[in-house]
Design a protein. Structure first.
Length: 293
C-alpha cells in the first residue's frame, strides 16, 4: 500500500465511478483498475463492490473499503498540510529560528538587528534564549537551539561557524574612581580594586579568574550578579569596577570605559552543529547577521 493507491481509492470513493476517477486523476481507466486490484490483493480484502451498469461500472465501498478510505482521507490531508508547510518554510513564509546568545549581545547588539530581521521576514518566529556563554554552548550541544553565539574558545570540531564580531573588553568604572585618570589599565592594577562580577557560567568571569590565577592574584569580588543594568548602576556609583564588552557602555551611563593594557579582544562566532540540518529560516538568519554586523 502506498500513497498513490490511497489517492486512487479516494478518487473512486468521491466520484463513484472508475471513468470519472480516472479522468480526475488524469490516468487511463485500466491502469486505475489494476492499481485498485493490486491494493486489494496486498491487503487480502475486497474494497469495492462492483455491479454491472450499461454505461459504467457503478461502485460502492465495502466495509473494509470504508474503513481504509477514512484512514486515507486523514493521511492525504496530513500530506497536503506537510507539503504546504514545507513549501512555506522553503519560501521563508513559515518557520522558527531558535538561537542562544550571551547576555550582553542579547541586550546591546542584537535588538536592532532582530527587529530588522523581523521586518524583512515577518512570518518567521524568533525564539531567543539569553544567558551566559556556557548556557549558550550547552544548549547548542544538547540541540535545545539550532544556532548559538559563542566565544572562539568554545568552538568544537563538530561545529560549523562564522566570525560574527570582534569586540574589545574594557574596564568599566565610575568617574570618581582612582583609576579614572588612567588612559589604560593593566591587569595588575585591575585586581587591586573591588570587583563587580558576573556569576559562574559567564565568559567574563572565567577569563578574569584565569588571568588572576596567572598573575598570582586573588580577586576581591565585592558583588556578584548576572543583571547587566544592576552591574552598571553599582559601577557608576563607585562601589566597584568590572570588565564588560565595549558595546555595553553608552555615554548616558555615566561610566568610564578604559581599555586594558595591553588591549584585550573577544571573538564571538555564530555556530551550529555540522550533522544537524540547517533550516531555511536558520540559514536566512545567519546570512542576515553576517551582512549586518
Amino acid at each position: 500500500m502506498d500513497i498513490r493507491q490511497l489517492k486512487h481509492l479516494d478518487a473512486l470513493a468521491n466520484t463513484g465511478s472508475f471513468t470519472a476517477a480516472a479522468k480526475k486523476l488524469n490516468m487511463a481507466q485500466p491502469a486505475l483498475s489494476q492499481s485498485i486490484k493490486r491494493l486489494e490483493q496486498s491487503l487480502g480484502v475486497i474494497l469495492i463492490n462492483r455491479t454491472s451498469n450499461k454505461n459504467d461500472k457503478h461502485l460502492a465501498l465495502t466495509a473494509e473499503g470504508l474503513v481504509l478510505h477514512q484512514h486515507a482521507t486523514l493521511i492525504l490531508k496530513q500530506i497536503k498540510q506537510a507539503e504546504a508547510q514545507i513549501r512555506a518554510m522553503a519560501n521563508l513564509t513559515s518557520g522558527e529560528v531558535r538561537i542562544a546568545v550571551p547576555g550582553m549581545l542579547g541586550s546591546f547588539y542584537l535588538p536592532s538587528r532582530l527587529m530588522a530581521f523581523r521586518h524583512q521576514y515577518p512570518e518567521l518566529k524568533l525564539s531567543l534564549f539569553e544567558g551566559g556563554t556556557r548556557d549558550a554552548l550547552r544548549m547548542l550541544q544538547q540541540e535545545e537551539v539550532d544556532i548559538a553565539i559563542i566565544t572562539a574558545q568554545d568552538l568544537q570540531s563538530d561545529f560549523d561557524s562564522q566570525l560574527l564580531i570582534r569586540e574589545q573588553m574594557v574596564i568599566a568604572m565610575g568617574a570618581e574612581h582612582p583609576l579614572a585618570d588612567h588612559p589604560a589599565v593593566s591587569l595588575n592594577d585591575f585586581f587591586d580594586h573591588e570587583l563587580v562580577m558576573f556569576k559562574t557560567g559567564y565568559f567574563h568571569r572565567e577569563w578574569i579568574l584565569s588571568q588572576a590565577k596567572e598573575l598570582g592574584k586573588k580577586p576581591n569580588i565585592a558583588f556578584e550578579t548576572n543583571l547587566i543594568n544592576l552591574i552598571k548602576q553599582i559601577v557608576s556609583q563607585g562601589f566597584g569596577i568590572t570588565s564588560v564588552l565595549e558595546m555595553a557602555i553608552s555615554p548616558k551611563d555615566d561610566i568610564l570605559a578604559k581599555p586594558f593594557d595591553p588591549p584585550v579582544f573577544l571573538n564571538l562566532h555564530i555556530a551550529w552543529k555540522k550533522q544537524r540540518p540547517v533550516s531555511q529560516a536558520d540559514r536566512a538568519f545567519v546570512e542576515f547577521l553576517m551582512k549586518n554586523r
